[in-house]
Design a protein around this ligand. Sequence first.
Ligand code: C5P
Length: 255
Amino acid sequence: MKSIRKELGLPQAPRDRLIFALDVDHLDEAERLVKELSPHVGMFKVGSRLFTSAGSLVVDLVHGMGSSVFLDFKFHDIPEQIAGAAREIARQRARLFTVHALGGPKMIEAVTRSLRSMTLIPGVSPPVCCAVTILTSHSQEELKLLGFNDSILSYAQRLAKMAVTAGAGGVVCSGHELSSLRSILPTSTLYVVPGIRGPSDEHADQVRVMTAGKAVQAGATWVVVGRPIRDAREPASIAQQIVEEIAEAEANEQT
Ligand code: C5P
């Protein structure tokens, strides 16, 4: 399993599969967490909140500590705009970035074309475009309010299939949809799973939650954890516990 991962350029050590969501407001808070957590996590996820405050300085900060960056802006706009944004993401040397699958196939195809047409520094891979299916904070009732009456699973399947056909390399989904998405998508698809909570963690605004171990067993390539680490008294020790949980789960992973 590990040698296949190496060939595909996928995370190999349990630590590489843990993405920390760097959801803070200021660069100095980010710096403290990046310094503390870079030995324990594989990647730092920067979202619209921190990027709006700190801009690309935060990308330099993470790269400077020798870690990889996931730019999670969940783009959803006309194809031309997002194709241009994807080029900038590649120039920032992010490893992953997100678009909303609801942006549609033309938007995702434009992203794919734009990334393919770029000349990158030798040895630097283009970022993987990951399509967000249904946010892990949405419940079935909330989707109904938005006018979506089918099940979350059927929307997640439809959106993921469309996005991957249009060229997305990965999908963002809850752990609950993982095994059914894996049964319909190509084996090369990568899975980013947020909404990770331990049995005693507060769910807060997350609805479709799962433990890191269960998500890895179900086939998550990466798990994304934010508040359970960020708000802990000792963030590094919680991150390390999650890495150990991932390592144990790998023994029972569905391949
Ligand atoms: O703090 P918590 O662990 O809930 O953080 C989850 C992170 O994953 C947040 O940064 C959020 O933006 C992100 N995310 C999510 N659901 C998605 C996609 C991304 O919670 N579908």
